[in-house]
Design a protein around this ligand. Structure first.
Ligand SMILES: NC(=O)c1ccc[n+]([C@@H]2O[C@H](COP(=O)([O-])OP(=O)(O)OC[C@H]3O[C@@H](n4cnc5c(N)ncnc54)[C@H](OP(=O)(O)O)[C@@H]3O)[C@@H](O)[C@H]2O)c1
Length: 256
């Protein structure tokens, strides 16, 4: 089997995983955070759960460094973006997060990361360094700059709401019954989960900028994870706060 054939097969496997995740999401809200459910098997402390879930992102470097174009400028640019993205998700987010006392993440949640994250890492690394043909001429492609712009917008929309949510809690650990408040400002003016919208925009932008077919996998699984969760979160806010802003939508301003 050639690398191209293997690549197409892995993309299809990834899309099948995303479809199963979407189906699963119709019945169960992923058990962490406000939807934590200690009855769904063993759990670990939430902060540790995030690190364990995202740690397989480091496999990217093992895959990438073995590719023939790893040290060319355009692949390096995109490898840098991978690093930027996971520096937040794997290091800054768990380190800075402010959790409720005794907050736990189900083992099934972080274990799912051990399938999806390395798959994504391999698809992205193999495209950048081997199959993508991302030579210096790619720098003059409008598609690259459009995609990077969209990624930048998405990344900002991840970082700012995550910061706003942290500021709602006074310390690194708060009492369980004082855990949640209504967030205001930035993207929260329009939607309940602007960071989820940011995540979707960021991966869409990176897929456009790199032309990476494997980007379809992370895009589909992000939608499968975050669309139902955004809707469930929005409903949760309405149930818990009588004064929750009525005009705010769940995920897409004015629409959903
Ligand atoms: N690509 C993907 O498939 C994917 C999947 C999942 C998540 N993500 C990304 O990972 C990041 C975190 O996701 P998440 O689902 O954990 O987001 P989240 O439910 O909004 O929680 C983020 C942090 O803010 C806290 N928080 C949330 N709402 C709060 C409120 N009203 N008052 C006070 N604190 C609040 C949470 O505490 P608690 O833990 O106590 O609730 C948690 O520490 C997001 O940027 C998301 O886009 C990506």
């Amino acid at each position: 089997m050639t690398t191209e054939e293997l690549y197409s097969t892995v993309v299809l496997v990834g899309l099948a995983i995303a479809a199963v995740t979407a189906l699963f999401g119709l019945f169960v809200t992923t058990p962490y955070g406000r939807f934590e459910n200690k009855r769904l098997g063993p759990t670990v402390p939430t902060r540790l759960g995030w690190v364990l879930m995202e740690a397989p992102a480091l496999t990217f470097y093992a895959f990438y460094l073995g590719t023939p174009h790893a040290f060319e400028p355009v692949p390096l640019l995109f490898a840098g973006i991978w690093t930027l993205h996971y520096a937040n998700r794997l290091v800054a987010f768990p380190l800075l997060m402010r959790t409720r006392e005794g907050s736990r993440m189900s083992v099934s949640v972080f274990a799912s990361g051990w399938v999806g994250v390395p798959l994504h890492a391999w698809l992205y690394a193999t495209w950048l360094g081997e199959l993508g043909g991302l030579d210096a001429s790619w720098l003059s492609s409008p598609r690259l700059w459009f995609g990077l712009g969209l990624y930048g917008l998405g990344y900002g929309l991840i970082l700012h709401p995550e910061h706003v949510l942290r500021q709602l809690r006074a310390s690194r650990t708060v009492a369980d019954d004082d855990g949640y408040k209504i967030p205001y400002g930035g993207g929260f003016r329009w939607v309940s989960s602007p960071h989820y919208l940011g995540e979707i925009l960021a991966w869409t932008g990176l897929m456009a900028a790199t032309g990476c077919p494997g980007g379809l996998f992370i895009w589909a699984i992000t939608l499968a994870n975050l669309v139902p969760r955004a809707v469930a979160t929005h409903r949760w806010y309405y149930r818990h706060f009588e004064d929750y802003p009525r005009r705010r939508k769940a995920l897409i301003p004015f629409l959903l």
